[in-house]
Ligand binder design. Sequence first.
Ligand code: FES
Length: 170
Amino acid sequence: MSEEKQQVSRRQFLNYTLTGVGGFMAAGMLAPMLRMAVDPVLKEEKHGGLINVGLAVEDITNEPQRVDWKIDQVDGWYESQVSRSAWVFKDDNGDIQAFSPICKHLGCVVSWEGSDQYPNQFYCPCHDGRYYKDGTNVPGTPPLAPLDVYEQEVKDGMLFLGEPQLREEA
Ligand code: FES
């Protein structure tokens, strides 16, 4: 009698084990397929390599504002998210400008009107680097080149930015 009980118990144990292992293997096979099917929905909104930075064109004024966003970076098998920033404003012609905040001297981060001494300029606190509002470097300050400019596009009223591009030297 007790031997019968033990057999039933062993059978149940085998059932649970096989069900568990089978379920685990099935999940392992289905997960990549599910990921492939859903992946395009999960990716951030891109347009021709440019990324929606979450700023509506109607919110862009003549005053430079800092915009921050993240991009996916793939390095071999390693995927990570990298932060990007830009100073965005409309120039006197109403054209949108998007400058990289990376100082062209030694790579510190510049701020719009970062110094009370130099209003209406971009200022780098590391070595008193300065740039005019159009991004060109102020002669006689450490930076020897203008701020980089982001590739840009407007779609559905939103600003999309790509890679920062070098400009001609001032
Ligand atoms: S890093 Fe900006 S002035 Fe030196």
